[in-house]
Design a protein. Structure first.
Length: 574
């Protein structure tokens, strides 16, 4: 395991003290959970250099959080997981970004215009946006960002040699001959093949972060662990699986309303404990400043069934909740040419509808989720999107009588003769799957729950080998198109894991993504969502909520429906 450290002197005190008692425990005990002897030796040097044992000067203005799932790359072209996107958001900037109300607002681009044919966007860039200081630049000083950097960054995403998982964002959308142009240093132009209304939302994604060509070419594949951006924090050190340290960018281009340069924090430190119990313990000891979501094993200790803090915790921590653009659902493979589907009772629409009516979402969310979510009784598009009223889509509610009626109409009265349906899930959702299976069996639908590894589930759903499976869909950008693309027949799996194909849906979807009028576009989205609900290739479970536990001394830490980690405005008052 290789330790990479950049500019080691500026490391904050206690930058590598991952254990809450690291200053009093032997180093070997601090790192036994994932380390090797050579790593311990290197970390010893790092601990000494950074005065790690000086608990009194422990970098109080650093924001500390734990990344349970780890980070695979700091290259934004590979920011596909939440952990990677959170880190990229601190290190880089995009042309536009999403505010807390989910509106598109300026970032690197201060303004933009759209041509009359709605195919060409012209962006005017901010002045004074500097890349972080790095040896890749002349004299090690970060240079100004210019329009050619945007051209390079977007072209790099599309380049097959990069092999970016974000390459899809421009596929079949941008002009194949002259997609990106630098008119001059401060003017960038993007040309679409045809009008595509969600494009600004796509440009806010972390995959579209702007990177300097010099750094990518200098570090090549090692750019993943030597990031150079323009973001509010700059990279200092990353020991994979142990600690990531970022320091305040003293040249950051954004200011608050009083003229004070952002960010307020001195830096950010990320630990990588793979135990939620350890993470919670560190949070209780104020070694971590926040926790994202609450582990099922101790949610009852903290929360009431109504989703509020229990009295014992009210004065100790802060609970933040917010609608989350994530839907939890069960997917049903509906490709009639697939042999798996040919032999499944779920190939019948009435059976799929019967499943949707056959269990109590409200009770499930109340008792298994402590009300952290909203029962999904409307469409596939969740709550929280600006101007989109999901309640206008007619979904499904608990109605066992309707389930039995539909079963009889499909040729299985009281479920007689119906073959057992296997439901694939991962361990953390086993209780939910068993709850659904029990209620469906009471109505005559035999369900066998099979718990498998996450990697195997992803492999099976991507390969159209899972007839009935648990899944979720988190928005990459705040547009209903993001959810409906899951059912567009021209999309492969992913995102079309169910292999749904309905020409009527496709026609409405294609019309919607080119419609410039917001009200008309939302109406088309609702119509498309209703078509999906009627066909029932999915079983919506709940519309999720962002759930955060924070320390009382953290201010300016506002949740958002994309659950993006926004640290520019955070202050620590302890």
């Amino acid at each position: 395991m290789k330790l990479f450290v950049k500019n080691i002197n500026p490391l904050p005190p206690a930058a590598c003290c991952l254990h809450p008692a690291a200053c009093c425990l032997p180093l070997r005990k601090c790192f036994t959970f994932r380390s090797k002897p050579v790593t311990c030796l290197l970390l010893t040097l790092l601990l000494i250099t950074s005065s790690c044992y000086n608990k009194k000067n422990s970098g109080k203005n650093y924001f500390h959080y734990n990344e349970f799932n780890g980070i695979s790359s700091l290259d934004p072209a590979f920011a596909k997981s939440q952990s990677g996107m959170w880190a990229a958001h601190q290190l880089y900037n995009t042309l536009v970004e999403i505010d807390t109300a989910l509106h598109i607002v300026p970032c690197i681009a201060k303004s933009w215009e759209l041509s009359e044919d709605r195919r060409t966007y012209t962006f005017h860039l901010q002045t004074g946006v500097l890349f972080h200081d790095d040896p890749a630049f002349k004299d090690g000083k970060g240079r100004p960002l210019v329009a050619s950097d945007v051209v390079y960054s977007f072209s790099r995403i599309m380049d097959k040699k990069t092999a970016s998982p974000g390459a899809w964002i421009f596929n079949r959308k941008v002009d194949t001959l002259q997609a990106f142009t630098a008119i001059d240093d401060s003017t960038f132009q993007l040309k679409l093949l045809k009008p595509y209304q969600p494009i600004l939302g796509i440009l806010s994604m972390q995959s579209c972060s702007i990177v300097p060509k010099e750094a990518v070419e200098k570090y090549t594949t090692d750019f993943r662990r030597h990031p150079v951006g323009t973001g509010p924090f700059k990279f200092i050190a990353w020991e994979e699986g142990l600690s990531l340290v970022m320091k305040r960018n003293e040249n950051y281009f954004e200011f608050d309303s009083t003229g004070k340069r952002l960010p307020y924090l001195d830096g950010v430190q990320v630990s990588f404990y793979d135990s939620k119990a350890t993470e919670f313990l560190l949070f209780r000891q104020q070694e971590l400043d926040f926790i994202n979501d609450i582990e099922a094993s101790f949610k009852d200790e903290i929360l009431t069934k109504r989703g509020t803090l229990r009295k014992d915790w009210e004065d100790k921590i802060v609970l933040q909740t917010n609608p989350y653009l994530n839907i939890e659902y069960l997917g049903i493979l509906v490709d009639s040419t697939n042999d798996i589907v040919k032999n499944s009772a779920m190939r019948f629409r009435k059976i799929r509808q019967a499943v949707n009516y056959g269990f109590d979402r409200r009770k499930m969310v109340l008792y298994l989720r402590n009300s952290l979510g909203t029962p999904a009784e409307s469409g596939f598009i969740p709550m929280g999107l600006p101007c989109f009223d999901s309640a206008k889509v007619k979904g499904y509610h608990y109605d066992p009588a309707m389930t039995k009626k539909l079963l009889a109409e499909a040729g299985y009265p009281d479920g007689k003769g119906m073959p057992t349906v296997k439901l694939l899930t991962i361990a953390i959702y086993a209780d939910m799957a068993n709850f659904i299976a029990k209620q469906l069996e009471e109505s005559g639908i035999p369900i066998q729950v099979e718990v498998i590894q996450k990697s195997l589930l992803l492999e099976m759903t991507s390969g159209s080998k899972a007839p009935f499976f648990r899944a979720s869909w988190i928005a990459d950008y705040p547009d209903a198109e993001n959810y409906l693309s899951v059912f567009y027949s021209k999309n492969p799996a992913p995102p079309n894991y169910t292999r749904y194909n309905n020409p009527a849906f496709d026609a409405i979807f294609e019309q919607a993504i080119t419609e410039p009028n917001d009200s008309l576009r939302d109406e088309l989205y609702r119509r498309a969502d209703q078509v999906v609900m009627n066909d029932a290739p999915v079983v919506p479970l709940w519309y999720d909520k962002v759930v955060r536990l924070t320390q009382p001394y953290i201010q300016g830490f506002t949740p958002n429906a994309l659950n993006l980690l926004e640290l520019r405005w955070v202050r620590k008052t302890m």
